[in-house]
Structure formats: structure tokens, C-alpha cells
Design a protein around this ligand. Structure first.
Ligand code: FE2
Ligand code: FE2
Length: 391
């Protein structure tokens, strides 16, 4: 992936408004796999991040879509009374002690054989979910859709709060399940969550909802893929309840993915050029994972190591990245989008040609990795009491 990042930064640059290849806006992008450092990871300070990049008059586009959001997006939320809650999938503490402790014992028996590397990925996914305050803040930073009062009736704001409320169950459920398993070091996990929420995220959405909704479309699908794979692996490892938990979360992610994809679809209809440029911009910057500033107070490469284990287990890989991109290109029918001119057309060509180019590069990187297999090593994870996991 280092090579992939390097290649994307140096080779596959779309042309800017002047027709020349865009130069990167200084400094290094947050890397999926960054360089070693003795400091906890931080957002780039090398250049001032671009902010408020949406032209002010475009706010009207989002105002004009309010009733459409009510009719076509809000119905993708589930009423609270129809939603699952974590308690439905966890031992019931309201039962008499012996029955409750029997349920906990069964949970511990099921999780006893889960491989360490699987636990690392599940913990990393749970920590990512638990940094939800960061994601709600991110959505509320976007012009034209933010929740201006904290309890606004504007349909965009209703979506942001209700989406957050649905997401909030994901971290709660996974964290309680892992806590009861006794297999993980909760203290180190809790520290990591506190560090991560304190660090935030650096995804360069520029307070711009065009960029933001492209990012969330990609990210929700990535979450769906990732939870779907942890469900499959839980089943293979003999824990059908955990499989159901991960599958239930994946189904939520799928609904959220549909909502964000639908928003971009609508924006492509009402403002194709700006939306196409936004898709190209986000893909040019690359999708940085939401928990990329993860730190546990010990391992400055924690996110890199977690990502490597997730990739090794097949929970989220470079191939998934290309698959998601290809899926979105198809779902938004970007190849068939007509009437784009100049930089809009160049953005379209860039995005539609990107997935095959990334795949080709990945094949070469995989080949090199196979040859260097002898040098592969492991990493110790504080989340599982400093046990080492192969990378
Ligand atoms: Fe989630
Ligand atoms: Fe999600």
C-alpha cells in the first residue's frame, strides 16, 4: 500500500482547472500506511488545510433539496421502535445471576478460540465505530447541511442526528461483547478511543458537502464490506452469535451507504459538473480511513499495523478499495454521464479509468511483497495484552 499511495500521489493526478496536472497541495497526504515516527500520528501541519471550498451560491442547491431529502433519504432510517438494540444480542443482566452468568459463560466459550489476529481486527473496527463524535462533528462542518441549532428540523440536520444515533449502537454492541469475552485489554482499548477522539480525523472534506457525501458513500460501503467479512470469519471460527452481531451492523451500514449514494446520484442530476469534480477530487486525495490517527500511547504505527492485519485476514484489502470505486462508478453511471465539458470531462475520464490502474499497480506491489516474504514480521498489540500477530 505504500507503493499504492506513492503511485496515486505521483502518477495518477487529474488535471486541474488550468489543464495541467494538479500539484499536490504541499506536504504529504495522510497515508494509509505512514512512515515510522516516535510521535502519535497527527493531522498534517505542513500546509494549511483548504476550508470552505464550496462556492457560497451552491448552498441554494442543498436548500432546494430539502423536501427531496425528506421523501427519499429520511425513509432509509429506521424508526427507533423498529431498530435492534445492543441488548438484544448480549447476555441479559436482568435475569437471575445464575442464568446471566451462564449466558456470559457461553459467550466466553464461543470466543475462547477466536484467533488473536481476528480479535485485533474486531477491536480496530470497534474503536473506529466508537470515534463517532468525530464523524458527527465532520458532517456538521459541511456548509448547507449542518445542524445549526443542535436540534434543527431541517431534513439534512435530522439525517445527521438520526444517522449518528443509529451508528452509536455499533460501537456499544461490539465493545460490550468484547468486554464480556475477557480476551482483550479493555484499559488499552479505552485509552486508544480517548486518544483517537482527541486526535480527530484529517480527510480534507473542506467543509464541502459535495466532497463529504462522496467520502461517506465510499466509507459506508467500506464499513459494510469490512463488517460483512468479520461476520463471515466469526462464523468460520465457531461464534455464530458474533457472526450475527457483525452481520446486523453490516446491514445498517448498507442502508447508510444507500442513503449517501442516493444523495450523490441526485447531485449528479442537478449539478453534474460540480459533483463530478468532487468525486475526482476525493478519489485524487484517496479515501483516508476515519481512524487513521489511532494511537494507544505505545505504538506510533498502530493504525498501519491494524490495517495490515485487516488486509492479511481479507477483512479490508486494497482489492476492496478498487472494488468499491468500481461499484460507485457503475452505480452512479459515471461512464454514461453526458454533457460534461472541460475539467468536468477530464474529471470523468480520471475517475472512470482509476480502478483498473490501481489494480494493475496493486498486482505489481503484491508480486514484490511475495518475493520479500522472508522479511515479513509481526507486531505486538496492546489490545490483546501485547501478544504478537504476524503482519
Ligand atoms: Fe457503523
Ligand atoms: Fe457507518
Amino acid at each position: 500500500m505504500q507503493t499504492l499511495n506513492h503511485y496515486l500521489n505521483t502518477q495518477i493526478l487529474p488535471r486541474g482547472r488550468d489543464g495541467n496536472h494538479r500539484r499536490r497541495r504541499g506536504g504529504s497526504m495522510p497515508q494509509i500506511f505512514g512512515a515510522a515516527t516516535l510521535q502519535p500520528p497527527r493531522a498534517s501541519l505542513e500546509t494549511k488545510r483548504k476550508t470552505y471550498s464550496m462556492p457560497p451560491e451552491k448552498v441554494e442547491v442543498f436548500n432546494s433539496l430539502e423536501s427531496w431529502v425528506s421523501q427519499r433519504v429520511l425513509p432509509l432510517l429506521k424508526p427507533v421502535e423498529h431498530c435492534w438494540q445492543p441488548q438484544k444480542l448480549l447476555p441479559d443482566p436482568s435475569l437471575p445471576w445464575d442464568e446471566f452468568s451462564e449466558q456470559v459463560k457461553e459467550l466466553r466459550d464461543r470466543t475462547a478460540e477466536l484467533p488473536d489476529e481476528y480479535l485485533v481486527v474486531l477491536v480496530g473496527d470497534m474503536i473506529t465505530e466508537d470515534a463517532l463524535p468525530t464523524y458527527q462533528s465532520q458532517l456538521n462542518s459541511w456548509d448547507g447541511v449542518r445542524d445549526v441549532t443542535g436540534s434543527s428540523h431541517n431534513p439534512w440536520a435530522v439525517w445527521i442526528r438520526s444517522w449518528t444515533a443509529e451508528e452509536n449502537r455499533h460501537g456499544d454492541l461490539l465493545k460490550t461483547y468484547l468486554y464480556l469475552s475477557g480476551r482483550v485489554d479493555m484499559l488499552m482499548i479505552e485509552k486508544t478511543i480517548q486518544y483517537l477522539i482527541g486526535a480527530g480525523m484529517d480527510i480534507q472534506n473542506e467543509n464541502n458537502p459535495y466532497l463529504g457525501f462522496v467520502y461517506t458513500s465510499f466509507q459506508e460501503r467500506a464499513a459494510f464490506v469490512s463488517h460483512g467479512n468479520t461476520a463471515r470469519l466469526a462464523k468460520e471460527s465457531g461464534d455464530p452469535v458474533l457472526a450475527r452481531i457483525c452481520g446486523t451492523i453490516a446491514a445498517d451500514e448498507k442502508r447508510h451507504e444507500n442513503a449517501y449514494i442516493r444523495i450523490i446520484e441526485k447531485l449528479l442530476e442537478v449539478d453534474p459538473s460540480e459533483t463530478m469534480l468532487a468525486i475526482a477530487d476525493v478519489m485524487h486525495k484517496k479515501i483516508t480511513m476515519p481512524a487513521h490517527l489511532m494511537y494507544d500511547g505505545r505504538d506510533p504505527m498502530l493504525f498501519t499495523h491494524f490495517s495490515m492485519v485487516a488486509s492479511k485476514l481479507g477483512v479490508y484489502t486494497a482489492n476492496d478499495y478498487s472494488d468499491i470505486l468500481e461499484f460507485l462508478v457503475g452505480r452512479w453511471r459515471l461512464e454514461k454521464l453526458e454533457g460534461l465539458k472541460g475539467e468536468g470531462k477530464r474529471a470523468q475520464d480520471f475517475v472512470c479509468g482509476l480502478a483498473p490502474r490501481i489494480r494493475k499497480l496493486q498486482e505489481r506491489a503484491d508480486e514484490r511483497a511475495r518475493k520479500m516474504k522472508k522479511q515479513s514480521h509481526g507486531a505486538k498489540f496492546s489490545w490483546i495484552f501485547n501478544k504478537e500477530v504476524a503482519l
